[in-house]
Design a protein around this ligand. Structure first.
Ligand SMILES: Nc1ncnc2c1ncn2[C@@H]1O[C@H](COP(=O)(O)OP(=O)(O)O)[C@@H](O)[C@H]1O
Ligand SMILES: [Mg+2]
Length: 423
């Protein structure tokens, strides 16, 4: 049996932390068996080296080792990726295809981010784990395989089980042995060691002298949170190595590379909100969603009013503020606003008793998807339609409002068509 030190050297694992050593020892002990292993730990702690160790020192080392990132495969194709499919199983399945479980027969499959597996795939996986059986997508033939599974996750599996996102029986089947890797902040003594190793690697790579840290910088490095763990430390070492002219790094310089954020994201996010109200793309998206939700609520309110009061013209007056809010500023009374208000008049006089859904979807069609509908209309507009528009305008002595009502389109659409076709 190889020693822990030899394994660390062979797999490029740096650190002397007792918890790290215990994890490697566990991997060495479990490797010769076929027991399933679940590797747990935060993102960036080095989970990916554990299944490699297990495979390489097991009797399966001459078999295939396949690493699958379950979180990166779309839900619709994951069953076919893992278990294969029959010809004609779904559109595009022109040939029969073997999945990873067939290809890796006699080897090891590493299921990274296993918590992301869809529930239906979890059922198939449980069956393979229990008796080595699986069925290709679109087939009825049961096949056998002999695969060792090592899975990894950075999510709290108990939480996932409680939320019914992960099957409890599968969890126990996968985690016969659990190997937990400690976060970097719990391995303070390894931090500087790792930094020196990375700094030396990058100095070699970029052909520059190795950066060195002052004592206060080392202290700061050791007491930082490292939410992104070793992956983040490696990035910081690379940035400092590439960007700093002065190869002795003090705490002040180092701080520029250590984002001071409370969230779990290791990303570099500026704290200043100088240019806009948003500090990130996510906030902008939230803002757009909130605005849309607000619009929808206003629209619902307006629709309810219309349903309650029917053709009462006062609805428009009573709800002027809402109408303005949804369709724009009354000061810039543009074509769009006028057309919208006009269409609202049409909506207010229902010919037949419509259900609330019908009214809402009609309103949504009219306003939110106006551009799309218009485009299609324009594309399919042929001479006959042009003739109709012309005639209608003549009949109403050029009065667009009346012509639009006759043609059953909004005034805005008519206005665009007139402009487009130079009528
Ligand atoms: N003990 C270690 N010594 C050296 N490099 C490490 C160590 N642990 C992790 N790394 C490096 O950190 C990065 C993240 O490791 P990875 O296994 O991908 O993390 P995880 O899968 O847990 O998110 C990789 O580049 C890996 O090589
Ligand atoms: Mg990973």
């Amino acid at each position: 049996m190889e020693s822990i030190q030899a394994i660390k050297q062979r797999f490029g694992i740096i650190g002397n932390d007792p918890k790290l050593n215990r994890s490697i020892e566990k991997a060495i002990q479990v490797a010769p068996t076929d027991i399933s292993v679940l590797v747990t730990g935060e993102s960036g702690v080095g989970k990916e080296s554990i299944p490699k160790i297990i495979h390489q020192i097991s009797h399966r080392k001459h078999g295939k080792y396949i690493a699958v990132n379950c979180g990166a495969i779309p839900e619709g194709t994951i069953d076919s990726e893992l278990f294969g499919h029959e010809k004609g199983a779904f559109t595009g399945a022109t040939t029969t295809r073997s999945g990873y479980f067939e290809v890796a027969d006699g080897g090891t499959i590493f299921l990274d981010e296993v918590g992301e597996l869809p529930l239906t795939t979890q059922v198939r996986l449980l069956r393979v784990l229990e008796n080595g059986e699986f069925i290709k997508v679109g087939s009825s033939k049961v096949q056998k395989t002999n695969v060792r599974i090592v899975a990894a996750t950075n999510v709290n599996m108990f939480e996932a089980i409680k939320k019914e996102k992960f099957r409890e029986d599968l969890y126990y089947r996968l985690s016969t042995i659990e190997i937990n890797l400690p976060p970097l902040r719990a391995r303070k003594d390894d931090i500087h060691l790792l930094f020196r190793k990375f700094a030396s690697d990058f100095a070699l790579k970029y052909k520059m002298p190795t950066v060195k840290l002052t004592d206060d910088a080392v202290n700061a490095l050791e007491n930082y949170r490292w939410n992104g763990n070793i992956r983040q430390l490696r990035n910081v070492a690379e940035q400092v190595s590439v960007l700093e002219q002065n190869r002795t790094i003090d705490n002040k310089t180092l701080q520029n590379y250590l984002p001071n954020i409370g969230s779990n994201l290791p990303a570099v996010v500026s704290n200043s909100k100088s240019e806009s109200d948003f500090s990130s793309e996510r906030e902008i998206l939230y803002k757009v969603l909130f605005d849309m939700k607000g619009d929808l609520n206003d629209l619902k309110k307006l629709t309810m009013e219309l349903m309650k009061k029917g053709s009462d013209a006062d609805v428009q007056k009573d709800n002027e503020h809402l109408i303005q809010k949804i369709y724009g500023d009354a000061d810039e009374k543009d074509e769009e606003f006028e057309a919208a208000v006009e269409d609202l008049e049409i909506l207010a006089i229902p010919e037949h008793k419509e259900t609330a859904e019908e009214i809402i979807s009609e309103a949504a069609d009219k306003y939110h998807f106006a551009e799309e509908i218009e485009e299609e209309e324009t594309l399919s507009l042929h001479d006959k339609e042009l003739e109709l528009i012309k005639k209608s305008l003549e009949r109403h002595s050029g009065k667009r409002k009346l012509a639009a009502a006759e043609l059953g389109i909004s005034e805005r659409t008519l206005y665009r068509k007139i402009k487009q076709f130079d009528l």
